[in-house]
Design a protein around this ligand. Sequence first.
Ligand code: NAP
Length: 308
Amino acid sequence: MKKYDAVIIGSGPAGLTAALYLLRARRKVLIIEKLTPGGQVLLTERIENYPGFPEGIAGFELVDAFVKQVEGYAPEKLTGEVREIKVGQTDHVVQLTDEQEIKARVIIIASGARWRRLGAPGEVEFTGKGVSYCAVCDGNFFKDQVVVCIGGGDTALEESLYLAKIAKKVYLIHRRDKFRGTKIYQEKVFAHPKIEIIWDSVVKEFKGQDFLSAVRIKNLKTGEEQDLSVNGAFVFVGMDPNTDFVPPQIKLDARGFIVTNDEMRTEVPGIFAAGDVRVKSCRQVATAVGDGACAGYNASIYLEQLNE
Ligand code: NAP
């Protein structure tokens, strides 16, 4: 079985930064990624709040720069999906397939989070046929058409603005009468001529024949229901953590996010968590990078304390 000082699960900003710190501490590091490096940032058209880029930077460009910097230290990389972590005394085991097991003194879980489904009838049926969770991936299918975005957080606001550059009209449906997203995005949304906000409302059903053609919406204050004709619907109602493989010894909160202390340590010695997968109040590229640095730094100290 191959053995590493540290195995990092996930190569978004948190995982890549943790790798950078451990590699610079001259540790033997393996980075495991399911598909391609970058995580959610890759799906973001433009990032305007990562310091150092006054004009903003495209998500993929920022990822390219992160990857290039880490690759300068020649980490080992593996593409695959982690199935299980087996907790040991000093060595833990990361299992990918029946045959593929990897030993590690330290594991850093930086597996991120995925878009949450709304759970309304028709949502699953029309996913890929009008229902989407990624404006950058699917927005261009709706050029000069009518789309609806659902949600009131940063993602819903940012992605509505992105879609308004492509679509003829964007409805933005939110279940309350106030957004929770950042004020600067709110101001842009309020000022945008193509965006119409529908407050206090929820989507009850996604409707259509072969392809989505309408959403049934309900006003929660009046109880009134109506069909809104749309070509596409983008669901942005938050995130669920990627923690299916996390062992029961690691504490999760009620929503399944990993509980860490401020050194990014979980309750299991040698296992750390960083980025969107852990319990935190602010999920940003900047805070993911901070988590990654903290996890990489404290993992190095942990390895030193083992006299290794
Ligand atoms: P979020 O902040 O959790 O917001 C989710 C939104 O969906 C909320 O407005 C919520 O309504 C609504 N919602 C949740 N469940 C719903 C349901 N069943 N039906 C209808 N509406 C529902 O999620 P997010 O916007 O994806 O952002 C996730 C994290 O990433 C946040 O920390 C965010 O700041 C960060 N982020 C940052 C940026 C940026 O800074 N550029 C961009 C994207 C995301 P309520 O408001 O009523 O709860």
